[in-house]
Design a protein around this ligand. Structure first.
Ligand code: PFF
Length: 458
């Protein structure tokens, strides 16, 4: 390893890496996005499609990213460049995608913080009208500037993210070791509470009832985009994390553990939220409001709802910050190693831009439309900028990143090299290596490619 590689920092332990990578994967995607998608895309049948996609596509793309990162010990762009200079742009695409995701991610992370405070000090105001509270206080739908929802709390969230990252891998590892176990305990407690509510059975039945007639192209596309987002794939973040691993670590078991943990959390979140929604008879709304407006109605209707709600938003916040740090790390590793920026300066510059675009994300959902700053069809029904960012990343950029990563590993760098790296050059056994090779070379590019095209057509 070169001196500069040694100076980059390394995860201190196997557990530290696993919890950090799982911390990156487990995030708003699992808790804020997944339950709503599972509900609207057919319940049980969606879960099965999702599980198949994670098992076949998710694990192999993650393994591909891990091997490229660990082989080179470089950020996403540097890693691709080292293996084949013509492909460094794929790393660049990933960094760009991460940057865009972070703009809205920090906003929603800030919303979770705002709700923690509001649940503790002012829950009555939320419960007086949960939907109006969400729309007005976070998005400014009544025409008053949502200072806390769009500016103050997202700023604090981004500041914390940048602060943790300023301490490098040590900061990430310390945070993940503390927050991830807490997150699991809170999630399991909330899930048990939700599933034991009177009337929760209907929700359980809905989640367990497999009816494939509810599955269409959009549901499959949603499941694939969700899987990439949830597993932090397609943007070089897992590549960057694996670049901080020692050559002795087992990438095969790490892949299996991280994918399993992430999927378990998504399922637990589904089984925490959907039964409660059914038990309380709240009609769920789609989109960002699901985790805020809909759930406020649910917490309001159950005994101990204030405490449960507070715990839930802590959970959301913990999940969000262990992911936002990973995305920012991907960007910063690139700026420092490829562009020669000093770490603190890179953090400051990137954070300012992310913050400004992020504020526009929140404001565009209602406030700008109302004030005529943003032109849209009819007021708040087209959160165009916000929708555009999510559409661009989840449906297009993440799948594209994953597509090119698998083409690169499958056909350019080569699956033999990838398998050698995965086994630490023969140290670990990889019984499924032939299956991995086939999927990365053939199945992944075809499946992801077809779905990207379908996504553009639908
Ligand atoms: N996996 C995170 C989530 O589920 O919320 C989001 C994410 C993190 C996406 C890191 C992409 C990424 F590189």
């Amino acid at each position: 390893m070169s001196t500069s590689a040694e100076n980059r920092g390394q995860f201190g332990s196997k557990l530290g890496f696993i919890l950090s990578a799982a911390g990156s994967a487990v995030g708003l995607g699992n808790i804020w996005k997944f339950p709503g998608k599972a509900y609207f895309c057919g319940g049980g049948a969606f879960l099965i499609i999702y599980l198949i996609i994670v098992a076949l596509v998710g694990t192999t793309v993650m393994m591909a990213e891990f091997t490229v990162g660990r082989k080179t010990h470089k950020n996403a762009v540097g890693a691709m460049r080292e293996l084949n200079a013509k492909w460094s742009w794929v790393g660049g695409l990933g960094v760009l995608t991460g940057f865009i995701i972070l703009c809205y991610y920090c906003q929603v992370g800030g919303w979770a913080m705002k709700y923690i405070v509001a649940y503790i000090v002012d829950v009555k105001t939320i419960w007086a009208d949960p939907t109006a509270y969400f729309l007005n206080n976070l998005l400014g739908a009544d025409g008053t500037f949502p200072l806390q929802g769009a500016v103050i709390f997202p700023f604090i969230f981004l500041f914390l993210t940048a602060y943790i990252i300023s301490h490098g891998t040590a900061g990430i590892e310390k945070m993940s070791k503390l927050l991830m176990p807490l997150l699991f305990i809170m999630l399991i407690a909330l899930m048990i509470r939700s599933c034991t509510l009177p009337g929760a059975d209907d929700g359980l039945k809905y989640m367990l009832n497999v009816d494939f007639s509810t599955i269409n192209g959009v549901a499959i596309l949603t499941a694939l985009g969700q899987a990439f987002f949830s597993l932090s794939l397609g943007m070089g973040v897992m590549m960057t994390y694996a670049s901080y691993l020692s050559n002795e670590d087992n990438l095969i078991s790490n892949t299996a553990i991280v994918c399993t943990l992430d999927t378990l959390v998504a399922l637990f979140a589904g089984f925490m939220i959907i039964p409660a929604v059914f038990a309380t008879g709240i009609a769920p709304g789609m989109g960002g409001g699901f985790g805020f407006a809909t759930l406020a109605g649910v917490f309001m209707a159950i005994p101990g709802g204030q405490l449960i709600g507070t715990v839930f938003y802590f959970l959301l916040f913990f999940a969000a910050i262990t992911s936002s740090t990973s995305i920012l790390e991907g960007t910063i590793a690139f700026l420092v190693e490829e562009k020669g920026f000093e770490r603190k300066k890179a953090l400051l510059g990137a954070s300012i831009v992310i913050f400004i675009i992020g504020v526009m994300y929140t404001l565009s959902q209602a406030y700008m439309n109302l004030k005529g700053i943003w032109i849209s069809g009819d007021g708040i029904s087209y959160p165009i900028f916000g929708d555009f960012l999510e559409y661009l990343t989840d449906r297009l950029l993440l799948p594209l990143g994953a597509f090119f990563t698998t083409v690169f590993v499958g056909w350019i760098w080569g699956t033999d090299n990838s398998v050698e790296e995965a086994t630490s050059y023969g140290k670990f056994k990889f019984t499924l290596a032939p299956v991995y090779k086939f999927i990365v070379k053939i199945l992944d590019p075809i499946a992801i490619g077809a779905i990207i095209i379908a996504g553009l057509v639908f």
